[in-house]
Design a binder for this molecule. Sequence first.
Ligand SMILES: Nc1nc2c(ncn2[C@@H]2O[C@H](COP(=O)(O)OP(=O)(O)OP(=O)(O)O)[C@@H](O)[C@H]2O)c(=O)[nH]1
Length: 801
Amino acid sequence: MSLGGLQTFSRMIRGRRLFAAGLQCCRCRLSCHVKRHYSLLPDDVKSLRALVNPEISRIRNIGIMAHIDAGKTTTTERMLYYAGYTRALGDVDDGDTVTDFMAQERERGITIQSAAVSFDWKSHRINLIDTPGHVDFTLEVERALRVLDGAVAVFDASAGVEAQTLTVWRQAEKHHIPCVCFLNKMDKPAANLSFCIESIRKKLKANPVLLQIPVGSGKNFTGVVDLLTSRKLMWKMKSMRDDGRVFEVKALDRSDDPDLLQVVSDARTALIEQVADLDDEFAELLLTDFSENFDAIPSNKLQEAVRRVTLARKGVPVLCGSSLRNKGVQPLLDAITAYLPAPNERHHDVVRWYKDDLCALAFKVLHDKQRGPLVFLRIYSGTLKPQTALHNINRNSTERMSRLLVPFADQHVEIPSMTAGNIALTVGLKQTVTGDTIVSSKASAAAAAHRAQNDNEAGKRSRECASVILSGVEVPDPVFFCTIEPPSMSKQADLENVLNCLQREDPSLKVRLDPDSGQTILCGMGELHIEIIHDRIRREYGIETHLGPLQVAYRETVLHEASASDTLDRTVGERRHVVTVELAVRPVDITSVGGSCELAFTEELEGQLSAEMKEAVENGVHSSFLQGPLLGYPLQGVSTLIQCVTIEPGTSPAMVSACVSRCMLKALRLAGGQVLEPVMSLEVTVGEDHLSSVLGDLAQRRGTVRDIQSRHDNKVLLATVPLAEMMVRGHSNVKIAFFGGFNLQVRIIYDLRICVHVKGYSTVLRTLTSGNATFSLELDTYEAMNPQEQNTLLKRLSGLL
Ligand SMILES: Nc1nc2c(ncn2[C@@H]2O[C@H](COP(=O)(O)OP(=O)(O)OP(=O)(O)O)[C@@H](O)[C@H]2O)c(=O)[nH]1
């Protein structure tokens, strides 16, 4: 940090003092004894077979999450290297990292799949998942977070909190995951500690607990001062190729830069005050045993308190470094073991019903051509052994697991058993999909349900069953779709097979058949997502497919309330089916129901209908929700009330569903249709010189500017814009861009280092700003189209334009 930066920071933390005036800062009087610290590195790369089941308190299941390009993969590579699991440092820019092992990841320099890696650090087992930063792969992050106990949020220290950081942070909060922040890229000239701390506070609404102060800035960033011990950790690199394994640990003394001493002293006092504010036990210790000199508090007491604060999610420890320049990663590893929770410190309600019986969650499925599906399991209780039958509660099926492996990126090491708290990779589970709960047997699930019932006498049966199933992963709705065709009809069955495999791996990929054209439709989270799938089908399965023009996934809703009734009277063979249905539909606020549709029965009907017929009615309504009356897009924000159902004896449930669907269509048509379009939130970082051209372009795209902020010399433009406006205009061109655009897209990612979501916009932005802009885009909401736009869309989709 520059002198000015140090002083600003010093002022900032002094200004933030929370404690009473009695808290005085004491100058540290630590010895100037110097020692050399070597990270644990065995003589050779560790034998993967040496991995054994560690004690649960020494396991850390953690994820690395951040905005695209913050340096997650680079940081993971350093961790593996310092832990002794790799001989050489991998580099994303050279395409030789351990965790980005897919061909597309190596070519594009981005993470697409989360990869699980197990390694040991100072007698702790770290199971680490490197997650993608690109918004198209948000589900990968969600799946990983579901099974993690803690996370490291990596930031580009020159950018602070970026758009996707906010998304993943919210995801971590949803799963109550304690985090540690790592301000990476401190070697960049624009790196700014106080800016990052403020953006964590303001944008993430988190409470940053700063544990280190950087020494030097930009190219001269040489190390950090650990505020707990007041010791300097210095990486004295002899050359650019120095791997940073060896660093010097030295207590601060009077020979150090007086500005640095002042900043450290102020920051340490602020840290003590902040922790005392957040942790009563520490505050009490401080006031009873160290009231004369708060600064004399032992570092281990401060560390214990920071741990409690982190686990209670009252604060997030903040560390800094530069992974690419090999500085600051070993203290980050220490922080993971010191502050993030062990599996037994997390409370998963369901685990207590299983006691020592096996209970695990399938959180990821990979397809291996030789071994079939590989299922990643997080074990919550009990022990997993190979060659055993396992029961899948969600599918109510039992299948045999043949082999048990420890995942080490794309290498897998076979092991005889695995205990609670760990992450395992299994071979042989053919029916299991992401989100399923795996137990040892049907009987053990029943026993768990029984325990749940005993503990919760007041609960209903259905709730008890639900409580013994681990909650799965929420799959967001796809926003793009396109048709996919095999090169010839003879390949259709192969393509269907491949798409089935890919869907098991990736629940955010949806495949459906167009009922009118009979074509196969691919629905995905973004253009890049669909392009990667297309590419994988070609490379991994050898099928050259043709993608149709990319289209926006609109939704439909209704404008007014309407009622309808219908009677179905049909004789099939000897059997007569007669059913009469009366129902009403009405619009509901799309934000209040989270975008979904609602279904209710009158109280009277609830008591009258058998479970089977109720399910038939529900099926009829739900199938209508999937196809709106205007353009056949799924419905959103529609509430349905079933008012009357009369069923004559002998009528089949299928006929009841058919009658309900027909009646729904009548009611929906009467209620008047409205198209809803996906509206994206857009963040563009651009130099001030180019701001006006970006704004002008945005106005033409029906964009709404929400805010313009300053970040260093750049402006950050926050806006919302309809997704359709971000695509290449003239849809037939998209097809050409798809086939010819592969290299172009790779180049854009490398040139601009941006989150390329929509090629059309990225190209325009590059032209407008001479390559001096980055942007990210994510789904904000669905909004009603105005009548004129809707008319144009209806005409275009019906071929009239
Ligand atoms: N200057 C500087 N560059 C870094 C640092 N760490 C990573 N980078 C560079 O930043 C770019 C992105 O690094 P990655 O490690 O791929 O980032 P990521 O967060 O894994 O990216 P995604 O997986 O695509 O989201 C690469 O060009 C790295 O060389 C750092 O400490 N300093």
